[in-house]
Design a binder for this molecule. Structure first.
Ligand code: PNS
Length: 168
């Protein structure tokens, strides 16, 4: 069996532009299963975000502040390279619906093939199965109410951003 003294560490990678209540549900549940959950904001070469990486990190830090075993980090590169550099054997991903599964399975199998890093899938709380950062940004940008979908720190910044773009 495994070494009992070893820290059980998992990474939860994503864009988090911005973090939603759906992400937080997965992060909190992962924190009950692991000694340390590293939430890693990955810089996507093909997507420019609404929020800068520093803003995304700040929102994640504020939203997860009550969980001492959650740490926020950022990386530019492959998830498996991040895992190897940080001694993390497992990736955790939330699955909202079957539609997420195809792509997530492909990435999980690729990551295992590339570096032997395993991926665990956690079903999203059905309350959040329709939730996506892209929808939140669109709704908030048009002045819609997303207060049930994101933590207060994100809501505040989305409202400020929407006001800023109205004035521009
Ligand atoms: O929140 P997202 O945008 O769905 O997250 C996607 C993310 C960051 C997990 C994915 O794009 C990723 O793993 N990026 C790092 C680069 C990488 O490892 N690419 C190969 C995947 S097999």
């Amino acid at each position: 069996m495994g070494d009992e003294s070893k820290v059980r560490r998992v990474v939860c990678p994503g864009s988090f532009d911005p973090v939603t209540n759906g992400h937080l549900d997965i992060i909190e549940r992962a924190a009950r299963l692991y000694d340390e959950v590293v939430v890693a904001v990955f810089v996507n070469r093909n997507k420019s975000g609404l929020f800068t990486v520093d803003e995304r990190i700040a929102m994640l830090q504020e939203a997860t502040g009550e969980f001492p075993q959650v740490r926020i980090d950022t990386f530019r590169g492959l998830t498996v390279d991040y895992c190897k550099a940080n001694d993390i054997p497992v990736i955790i991903k939330g699955l909202r619906a079957v539609s997420d599964f195809d792509y997530e399975l492909q990435m999980a199998q690729m990551n295992r093939g590339l570096a032997g890093i395993d991926t665990l899938f956690m079903p999203t709380n059905p309350e959040y199965s329709f939730l996506a950062s892209s929808l939140v940004k669109d709704i908030a940008g048009w002045g819609g109410d997303v207060s049930a979908l994101v933590p207060p720190t994100v809501l505040k910044r989305l409202i400020e951003r929407a006001k800023g773009s109205d004035e521009a």
